[in-house]
Design a protein around this ligand. Sequence first.
Ligand code: WQD
Length: 344
Amino acid sequence: MKKKILVTGGTGYIGSHTVVELQAAGYEVIIADNLSNSSEDVVDGIERITGIRPAFTKLDCNDKEGLNALLGKHNGLRGIIHFAANKAVGESVREPLTYYRNNIVTLINLLELMPEHKVDGIVFSSSCTVYGQPDILPVTEDAPVKPALSPYGNAKQINEEILRDAIYAGLPFKSVILRYFNPTGAHPSGEIGELPNGVPQNLVPFVTQTAMGIRSELSVFGNDYNTPDGSCIRDYINVVDLAKAHVIAMDRMLGGGMENNLEIFNLGTGRGLSVLELIQAFEKATGVKVPYKIVERREGDIEKVWADPKRANDVLGWVAGESVEDTLASAWNWQKKLRERGIQ
Ligand code: WQD
């Protein structure tokens, strides 16, 4: 019998790619998503790729009664992957309480319900944002967590602490915390990808929209950082590679392979790329020019961060294999598909 997994936020960007990989690996997936930043059409895209339609329920994870009913209905759920969260850093500064409710209460609801429904474990979406500006690069999981610069980042830190305290208290579940670096690209089929609301805040969607002519030019936020070309450095990780790590983490959690009931992994490539290098890589991969101008630094930006993915490589046997060129080509393919569909 297939193992059943609940994926909250499963119609979102990383969630949808993970559902595809879970189904390909033989899991039965139930999606819960409030559709606040995604659409039910994504379920069609997942079905077109995998040939399997995941169960879908429109549900906000703040609705504990609704969650309880869902877990009761899908009796025998083994694991949860919790993606559902708000993720706009700037918005979180303006609306902190929304972020603390949506990004913290939802996790507490799930953790409170897991024991009574006998769910074995939860994989949690965390972020390299917990490291702030690391003192040593590449950054390992043992690097200190630095004070957060936004309620979004703070909520991720609090989530990690909640999980740590719950496991320490001996609650009957396991957890794997995955710290993502900068997820990028789209499924090679072009059936699913990132669909930013309004003007994209993240670099790669802004690059693809500029290449498409939706935006006239990209603003590069600062060229006076202490980096070789002066622009900020990040670790851009392919979203399908990222999704596959969730399947491995779930296999490990349900298969009894964890060394501790709480494990933390960096998910990155181990390679840092500056903003200007990323633009060049995009132009090389697609043959499309990206007009840009240098502007002031963006408040709150980290100068440089990239992962030491050795623990995930060694312990999970997972490697971010996709090249940045192929990843950017997949982002461009997705942007072109959106245009064909008249969306963007
Ligand atoms: C990357 C680089 C910008 C836009 C944030 C969150 C993180 C994660 C992803 C979840 C930076 C530069 C960007 C633009 C630019 N969370 N840039 N022009 O800031 O590393 O991470 O989003 O969703 O938790 O903190 O990602 O894509 O916004 O920026 O020059 O128009 O691109 O300054 O150096 P970031 P990003």
